[in-house]
Design a protein around this ligand. Structure first.
Ligand code: ZN
Length: 500
């Protein structure tokens, strides 16, 4: 085959793979939103089967032959060459796993997610415990099929899967810097005058909260003809293509800002893939966006923009119109203070920006311990509670607000949590540069969110996952990743907010 024929063959195989991907992603979105619970016994084996078909295709000899031939071929354009490189990198991690083993693991992820849900509802870790044990064993077993297995600690493989280039050494340094920088600020805040947040927890009818969702969508400019908003237990986004980026949210009647920040966060993810260069649509670069880079974009929108006063200047009066009773006597200044109030809390996704990384530190230390054998799955709820006591000075009253709050471990996402903190730190550095280049507050206050999206598009989004995080960082900010931006941003912000 000549180069052109090889590229055509590659594109054909890619197309086939994307058909499975489309089916699986759609079923996933459906399962977590409107699909009836009782149907899971019917659905799950079929999802596992489809995953197996997809797996066989992408790790099959035909695909590998084409990729390896393209790697050697002359006259391959730069883009395709890079796609091939990334795809081979990813396939090499999984290609030696026997397909039945792979399917078994997919089925385990589905069953274990159901067990987690049941355990969470019952607030009882012991229901989930045997599943978590199986999950860790299965993750470890899958690692043994890698060609380079044994060359580094197991957990390092998982960390690198979500964020290429990362390992425990680098995360330890990062988290130590974060802890050293932020714990003193958190402690000072506990002695400072507290911010009133009572109005946030009044009753806010869900029908009216849906109007807030629409308001935010209009303001940010999330195109509903290329996106969708549904409701799910845990907010998430599924990103298919430049023209199909879906999000979900969860409405709490007694906590109306939860929806606000979930929507802004998920739309942050969706905006990333909606702003891709046309020529990169339908390429492997969608898959190669790292988790840290993705979270940097969602958390940038949620926190760095969504919790700023400038963001609420044009929007706050609309909130008052929707909730005149609940927000009676609340000023814009009160509101902005309240949505930034910091303090120890149990639930990660509702945590403030300052204490958030400690929630991640806890999960990171537990994952590390589970993999090096220093922590066991038995009684992990106790370890969890001890760590919350140690870092945040609080003890969860039950497992639902403790160890069972996150879906990640049940669905096999181990090594993912650290990317949330890393993404937040990437975002600080991006924001620092963005503020040098454009007047961010002016854009927010005058309804020109498009200017911010333009900056994000030209500096980050349009390339999707073409660059590794370290390259992307230099391209957008002219310097390597430096966590000091994150620590400085939070220290300055909270020193001012609490007049420390
Ligand atoms: Zn996210």
């Amino acid at each position: 085959m000549n180069t052109q024929e090889l590229i055509k063959k590659y594109r054909d195989l890619q197309f086939k793979a994307s058909c499975y991907q489309l089916a699986l992603t759609t079923i996933d979105y459906d399962s977590k939103t409107i699909a009836p619970k009782k149907g899971s016994n019917y659905r799950n084996p079929r999802i596992a089967f489809l995953s197996g078909e997809h797996f066989s295709l992408i790790t099959g000899q035909e695909m590998i032959d084409v990729l390896e031939a393209l790697q050697q071929a002359e006259g391959v354009d730069e883009l395709t060459r890079k796609e091939v490189e990334y795809q081979l990198r990813d396939i090499n991690k999984i290609r030696y796993i026997p397909v039945d083993e792979y399917v078994k693991h997919q089925q385990l992820e589905l069953d274990s997610s159901l067990a987690w849900e049941k355990a969470k509802n019952a607030k009882d870790y012991s229901i989930f415990e045997p599943w978590l044990k199986k999950m860790i064993e299965s993750k470890k077993k899958l690692l043994t099929y890698r060609k380079d297995y044994g060359t580094k600690p197991d957990y390092d493989f998982l960390l690198d899967d979500y964020e290429p280039g990362m390992n425990m050494d680098k995360y330890d340094k990062f988290f130590n810097a974060v802890k050293e920088g932020l714990i003193p600020v958190i402690q000072k805040i506990q002695q400072a005058k507290q911010i009133n947040t009572d109005f946030m927890y009044k009753n806010y009818p869900i029908e009216d909260q849906k109007k807030v969702t629409q308001m935010l969508i209009d303001y940010i400019g999330y195109d509903l003809e290329a996106g969708a908003v549904a409701e799910s237990e845990h907010p998430f986004s599924n990103l298919y293509s430049k023209y199909d980026n879906r999000v979900t949210t969860h409405y709490h009647e007694d906590n109306f800002t939860s929806n606000i920040f979930s929507i802004i966060h998920e739309v942050g993810h969706a905006t990333y893939t909606a702003q891709v260069k046309e020529e990169l649509e339908d390429t492997y670069f969608f898959t190669s966006i790292t988790s840290g880079m993705h979270e940097s974009q969602s958390r940038l929108m949620e926190n760095y923009l969504g919790r700023s006063e400038a963001f609420w200047k044009p929007n706050f009066s609309k909130l008052i119109e929707l909730f005149p009773e609940q927000l009676k006597d609340v000023t814009l200044e009160d509101f902005v203070k309240a949505i930034n109030a910091a303090g120890p809390s149990f639930i990660r996704i509702n945590a403030d920006e300052l204490t958030y990384p400690l929630h991640i530190v806890i999960r990171y230390e537990i994952e590390k311990g589970l993999f090096d054998g220093s922590i066991s799955v038995d009684n992990l709820d106790k370890v969890w509670n001890q760590k919350y006591q140690e870092y945040l000075n609080i003890t969860p009253s039950d497992d639902a607000e403790g160890i069972l709050q996150d879906i990640h471990w049940s669905s096999g996402s181990i090594g993912y949590f650290p990317t949330y903190a890393l993404g937040s730190a990437y975002a600080a550095q991006f924001m620092h540069q963005m503020r040098k280049d454009i007047d961010v507050d002016e854009a927010l206050a005058t309804n020109r969110f498009d200017l911010i999206k333009d900056w994000l598009r030209t500096h980050i989004h349009e390339n999707v996952g073409m660059y590794l995080p370290e390259q992307q960082m230099i391209l957008a900010t002219n310097e390597p990743f430096n966590p000091q931006y994150y620590i400085d941003y939070l220290t300055e912000k909270y020193t001012k907010l609490y007049q420390l």
